[in-house]
Design a protein around this ligand. Structure first.
Ligand code: MLT
Length: 259
């Protein structure tokens, strides 16, 4: 399993590595990247999405194998340390990286995500979506997610953002959807991993997030020893909905990490 990485800005400094949400790809970070022209940024296509092929066996995709694929791609590019920012599924991968490749992490941003495992009903829903994606529905299995991914403010006032998210959902690769849903269904609780991290951190919650709660973010922030940054007017995909606020927060984290 491999992860394609996309470099932006001048190489040579410690990069900011961006990990995308399900079932999107590196493009979801484009607006944030454009607002940080002086940073070396690496946007990742996680296995199964964008330019990264899915595992030949979607049953075999795990968040741990995704994290290992990211670590390998970075190492092969000569990057041994980075600040990682993961949004939702990207956050799950970032937490798996923190468990398995702790030495690579000089700072951590978790946006619209949670360290808790799924309850049984949520797992079942994920496995059903995986089956639908691999059946006749394909990307149609995730079309309705747009209502959960963007907040009410975006639905009401940012029609182009909502339309862009719907387009991305329609392009989501069925093997990627299935593999990632099975991987997310199997993820463990990783609060203890966060408690053991001694790096500058950031936790961001869109006030209109329909998928990850304020409590989810409070619990991660407690473990990391930081306060939650709440973004008004943003839902789950805060980096797409309010990229300027997210870019400022990530630039501040890079500064705190000494980069
Ligand atoms: C995401 O945005 O990556 C997904 O909502 C993650 C999830 O389903 O838990």
């Amino acid at each position: 399993m491999t992860a394609v990485i996309h470099h932006h800005g001048s190489r040579g400094t410690t990069p900011l590595v961006l990990l995308h949400a399900f079932p999107l790809d590196a493009r979801m970070w484009d607006e944030v990247i454009a607002l940080l022209p002086r940073q070396h940024i690496i946007a990742v296509d996680l296995p199964g999405f964008g330019e990264s092929a899915a595992s030949a066996d979607p049953q075999g995709t795990t968040l741990e194998s995704m994290a290992d694929a990211v670590a390998t791609a970075l190492t092969e590019a000569g990057v041994d340390r980075a600040v990682f920012a993961g949004l939702s599924m990207g956050g799950y991968v970032a937490m798996a990286l923190a468990e398995r490749h702790r030495e690579m992490i000089t700072g951590l941003a978790l946006l619209s995500t949670k360290a808790a495992a799924d309850p049984p009903a949520a797992r079942e829903t994920r496995l059903e979506v995986a089956r639908q994606a691999m059946g006749t529905e394909g990307a149609g299995a995730v079309a309705a997610m747009v209502d959960k991914l963007v907040g009410l403010t975006t639905t009401g006032t940012r029609p182009r953002v909502r339309a862009q998210v719907s387009t991305w959902l329609s392009e989501a690769p069925p093997h990627g959807i299935a593999g990632a849903q099975r991987a997310m269904a199997a993820r463990p609780d990783r609060h203890q991993v966060l408690a053991g991290l001694q790096v500058p951190a950031l936790v961001v919650h869109g006030a209109e997030d329909a998928l990850a709660t304020a409590d989810d973010h409070d619990r991660m922030a407690d473990q990391l020893g930081v306060d939650v940054m709440t973004l008004n007017g943003a839902g789950h995909l805060c980096a797409v909905e309010v990229p300027a606020e997210v870019a400022v927060a990530l630039a501040d984290l890079m500064g705190r990490a000494g980069h």
